[in-house]
Design a protein around this ligand. Structure first.
Ligand code: 13P
Ligand code: SF4
Length: 303
C-alpha cells in the first residue's frame, strides 16, 4: 500500500510534466483503473484518444488499443505499459488471409472488429467494437459483409441483421472458455441473479442470458436495473466499475477463468515507468496508418 501511494504520487507529478492522460480499459487491474483519467470500453477509449488535447496518451489495455489510439491521434505520443500485452484474437487474422477472402467475395464490404492489427484495419472498410457492431454492419452499403476476426460476436450480429455475413473463425480465449455448465452451476447457486453476458462468449452461452451487451452495455444495464444480484459473463476487471457504480448490488463472475492474462500484464509500476522513460512507444508506419485511419474514422461517424 505504501509503495502504491508513492507510485501514485510520482505518477501525478509525471502526468503534469508531460501533459499526459492515462486511459484504461475496464479489464485493467484495479490499481490502474484507480489512477486512470478515463476508463472505458474499446469504443469509448478510441473516441477519447481521438479527441483528447493531451500531448501524451498512456494507453492501458492491449496492443491493438494503443495502436488504434496512435492511428487516430498520429501527432501524439502513445505509450503502453508493456508492449507484450497483446490480444490473441487480434492475432488470429492477418492481411494476407483477409485479402484472399476479399478476392473470393468481391462485392462484400469488410467489417473488422477493433480487436485487430493496424495491417488488418488497413484492409478494412469499416471497424466496429462490441458496442456498435450491429449498427455498423447495418450501416454498410452492401448486402454481403466479410466479418473478422471474432466468430462469436459475428454470430450474434448475424442474428440482428439481414446482411449475409461471411464470418472469420477467430475467438477470444477468455470469453470463449465460458460454458453452459458454468452458467447452470452459477444459476443453481444464485437463483435470484440475472445473467449478463458479453457477445464474445459462445452462442449457446449468449442464448442463456437475461442481457447481452458490450462492457459499457453491461455496466449500464446493471446500474439501471431494479435487480440487485448478477452473474457476470465477461472479464473480471469489469468488477471494479460495476461495484463503483452499484456498491449495494452483488456481482458474481460466472467462472474463475474470466481473466484475460494479456490485460493483466500491465501494472501500476509499469505505467509510472512508461511515463518516466517515455517508452515503450507505439509506432505505426504511415502508409498503414493512413489506410487504417479511414476504417476507424468511419466507425466513429456511425450514429
Ligand atoms: P469491449 O471493450 O468492446 O467491451 O470489448 C471487450 C474486449 O474483449 C476488449 O478486448
Ligand atoms: Fe483479446 Fe479477449 Fe483479452 Fe479482449 S479479453 S484482449 S478479446 S483476449
Amino acid at each position: 500500500a505504501e509503495q502504491n501511494r508513492e507510485l501514485r504520487e510520482r505518477l501525478m507529478q509525471l502526468k503534469k510534466e508531460r501533459n499526459a492522460i492515462i486511459l484504461a480499459h475496464y479489464y485493467q487491474r484495479d490499481e490502474i483503473q484507480e489512477v486512470a483519467d478515463f476508463r472505458g470500453d474499446s469504443f469509448l477509449l478510441a473516441q477519447k484518444a481521438a479527441s483528447t488535447d493531451a500531448d501524451v496518451i498512456v494507453f492501458c489495455g492491449v496492443h491493438f488499443m494503443g495502436e488504434s489510439a496512435k492511428i487516430l491521434a498520429p501527432h501524439k505520443t502513445v505509450l503502453v505499459p508493456d508492449e507484450r500485452a497483446g490480444c490473441p484474437m487480434a492475432d488470429m487474422v492477418n492481411p494476407i488471409g483477409l485479402r484472399e477472402l476479399k478476392a473470393k467475395h468481391p462485392n462484400a464490404k469488410v467489417v473488422t472488429y477493433i480487436n485487430s492489427s493496424a495491417d488488418v484495419k488497413a484492409e478494412t472498410d469499416i471497424c466496429c467494437t462490441s458496442a456498435n457492431a450491429v449498427k455498423v454492419v447495418n450501416s454498410v452499403d452492401a448486402d454481403e459483409v466479410i466479418w473478422c476476426p471474432d466468430k462469436n460476436l459475428g454470430h450474434y450480429v448475424s442474428q440482428h441483421t439481414d446482411k449475409k455475413m461471411i464470418i472469420w473463425e477467430g475467438y477470444c480465449n477468455t470469453h470463449d472458455m465460458l460454458t453452459i455448465k458454468d452458467v447452470e452451476e452459477m444459476r443453481a447457486k444464485y437463483p435470484n441473479a440475472q445473467f449478463v453476458v458479453h457477445p464474445e462468449c459462445r452462442p449457446e452461452v449468449v442464448e442463456m442470458a437475461d442481457f447481452v451487451g458490450s462492457t459499457t452495455g453491461i455496466l449500464k444495464y446493471c446500474r439501471e436495473s431494479s435487480h440487485d444480484e448478477f452473474i457476470v459473463g465477461t472479464e473480471d476487471g469489469t468488477g471494479y466499475q460495476l461495484r463503483l457504480d452499484s456498491p449495494d448490488k452483488k456481482f458474481h463472475f460466472a467462472s474463475k477463468f474470466l481473466v484475460c492474462p494479456n490485460m493483466k500484464v500491465n501494472n501500476l509500476k509499469k505505467v509510472v515507468k512508461a511515463l518516466e522513460t517515455m517508452k515503450p512507444e507505439i509506432y505505426v508506419p504511415q502508409d498503414v496508418a493512413d489506410k487504417a485511419r479511414l476504417s476507424l474514422e468511419r466507425m466513429l461517424l456511425v450514429k
